[in-house]
Design a protein around this ligand. Structure first.
Ligand code: ADP
Length: 168
């Protein structure tokens, strides 16, 4: 069974095998978690992303999928980039958000990662309500057995509380 831990803090400061990035499909940089990862991880991550785009991801990474690169100068072996869905009030995109967690774990597990740190995917610029984003994250990871430990790294108290409520 996968152990689930909650940390309040900055994802880019974690020491784990794999850090998951809430990327956008271009893989060529953005704000939020993505900007923080590239800032702290250095240019090697972006170079890897460019290589992936040039090789088999010409159109970018589809929503709900995941791909790994080097972690550059971060204290991890890999960054797993996944593209969360933009929240929609008229269309249920929960399956895509669950897929981000599942696919990130699959990719990390295939590489041999035992510990994986996640942000609250889609709950920033992509507008997913935090409570629901936390529910989908915790349910999906709890149903998975790919890695030994998943750490959700929550930036603020509200996010931390939303995840803690799901674990209670
Ligand atoms: P998305 O585009 O998938 O919504 P964002 O990067 O905008 O992704 O935000 C995802 C979540 O990560 C938000 O809840 C945001 O507050 C949080 N976040 C932003 N920077 C960090 C960080 N350095 N560490 C952990 N969480 C972060």
């Amino acid at each position: 069974m996968t152990a689930i831990e909650l940390v309040r803090g900055d994802l880019t400061r974690e020491s784990v095998d794999a850090i998951v990035n809430a990327a956008n499909s271009s893989l060529l940089g953005g704000g939020g978690v993505d900007g923080a990862i590239h800032r702290r991880g250095g240019p090697a991550i972006l170079e890897d992303c460019r290589r992936l785009r040039a090789a088999h991801l010409g159109k970018g990474l589809p929503t709900g999928q995941a791909v790994a690169t080097t972690a550059g100068e971060l204290d991890a072996r890999w960054v797993v980039h996944t593209v969360g869905p933009v929240f929609s009030a008229t269309e249920d995109r929960s399956g895509l958000l669950a897929s981000c967690y599942r696919e990130s774990l699959r990719v990390a597990g295939e590489l041999g990662a035992r510990t994986v740190a996640f942000p609250a995917i889609s709950t920033g610029v992509y507008g997913w309500p935090m409570d629901d984003g936390a529910r989908i994250a915790v349910e999906t990871v709890a149903a998975d057995t790919t890695v030994e430990e998943v750490r959700f790294v929550l930036f603020d108290e509200r996010a931390y509380e939303a995840f803690a409520a799901q674990l209670r």
